[in-house]
Design a protein around this ligand. Sequence first.
Ligand SMILES: CCCCCc1ccc(-c2ccc(S(=O)(=O)CCO)cc2)cc1[C@H]1C[C@H]1c1ccccn1
Length: 240
Amino acid sequence: ASQHRLWPEIEKTVKQQVAMARMGIGECGSGWQLFAEDGEMKMYRREEEIDGMVVDPLKAVHVVKGITGHEVCHHFFSPQYRYDWETTLEQMTVLETISDDTLLFLQTHKRIWPASQRDVVFWSHIRKLPNDQDRDGPDIWTVVNNSTGHPDHPANVGKCVRIFLTVCLLCQTRVNPPKDGTPLSRENVSCKITYCSVVNPGGWAPASVLRAVYKREYPKFLKRFTAYVTNQTKNKPIMF
Ligand SMILES: CCCCCc1ccc(-c2ccc(S(=O)(=O)CCO)cc2)cc1[C@H]1C[C@H]1c1ccccn1
């Protein structure tokens, strides 16, 4: 994979996105507003526009018991699960398998009235990172998705408006070993999830519509996705 044309961009973007995801909301610069909260899940956004288009960066933090960072990233990255948890997905195609940890996707998402339908082309990379804070702690796992061009799928040719996105899912596993030395079980693990995303909707869509859509879709997505991983893993051996 290191010789692939996208490799330099992937390396740079992954480092950049992981650094941003690891920063707390306070360090991330001002202007973050908490817009959704549900138990352990907290969702923040910043109101930003580019050429009059809403591109509100989003940062969500969540802690989920009973699953690990590897399991969360595995189910987010792997195409075979996506239709099960991505409710706005209409069509997903793997355009290229760049390597076993890097795929190129084309996705069309369901039309959200009154805006026109959207599609997106992005590379997706999964990676295990050393836990430099706690050397003998469990590793950190991440998936970074970033829009890219593709010669066979130029933007805005068909009925869909091409969107542009950068997404980072960063997962830190926590292990609380049982006192009485019994073997580790799912009660002893939890995962701290940070999900960062910036979606540029491409062509024009009313700011009020976009903000309403994001406000509805993001909390739904993270809750549904984490519930899906919990369900998929509950009777299986723990994947660290
Ligand atoms: C007028 C609406 C224009 C934008 C519609 C749209 C398209 C794609 C996306 C999107 C595409 C990919 C990702 S991901 O994290 O890489 C996972 C892989 O699927 C995430 C979100 C988002 C939205 C916006 C609905 C909003 C929305 C927000 C979270 C979930 C679904 N929809």
